[in-house]
Write a protein that binds this ligand. Structure first.
Ligand code: 4NP
Length: 150
């Protein structure tokens, strides 16, 4: 399965989601490929935000080699599942969908809840990490039936 994680800037939330999901998939023998993108283009070519890099490293996940890119319509062909962090991302990604098959690939990582944007609040990164990790665990459970241990 190929999964794309999407947020606004692709430097804070979706890099964490990419890193955590790939880490959990690899650790559990799942042949999944995970990538991430932003709906905006401000940070294209950059590494993730240093606060996301540090938060992930503290939990044993290295996201420092990721490179920011912008979401494009081709991603609907490239990926099986497109997971967005909040309702703005949902709106922006759905606006690029060409048909129902595209739309069916898109959903919020947390079901109905949103992963808040931590960009302007250093204290939010730990919470965001925990939310993203729970979302990834739930996705693995849904698609494989595997309930991961803490
Ligand atoms: P992200 O956070 O969507 O989680 O990557 C943001 C990063 C940068 C900006 C906005 C949100 N920005 O406006 O530059």
């Amino acid at each position: 399965m190929k999964i794309l994680m999407v947020c606004l800037g692709n430097i804070c939330r979706s890099p964490l989601a990419e890193g955590v999901m790939q880490h959990l998939a690899d650790k559990n023998g799942l042949n999944w490929t995970v990538d991430s993108a932003g709906t905006g283009n401000w940070h294209v070519g950059e590494a993730p935000d240093h606060r996301s890099i540090r938060t992930a490293l503290n939990r044993g996940v290295d996201i420092s080699k990721q490179v920011c890119k912008q979401f494009t319509v081709n991603d609907f062909d490239e990926f099986d599942l497109i997971m967005v962090m909040d309702k703005f991302n949902l709106r922006d990604v759905l606006a690029k969908a060409r048909n129902q098959a595209d739309r069916d690939k898109v959903r919020l990582l947390l079901g109905n809840a949103e992963v808040p944007d931590p960009y302007y609040d250093d204290s939010k990164f730990e919470t965001v990490y925990d939310m993203v990790e729970q979302g990834c665990r739930d996705i693995i459970k849904e698609f494989t039936g595997i309930e991961l241990k803490k």
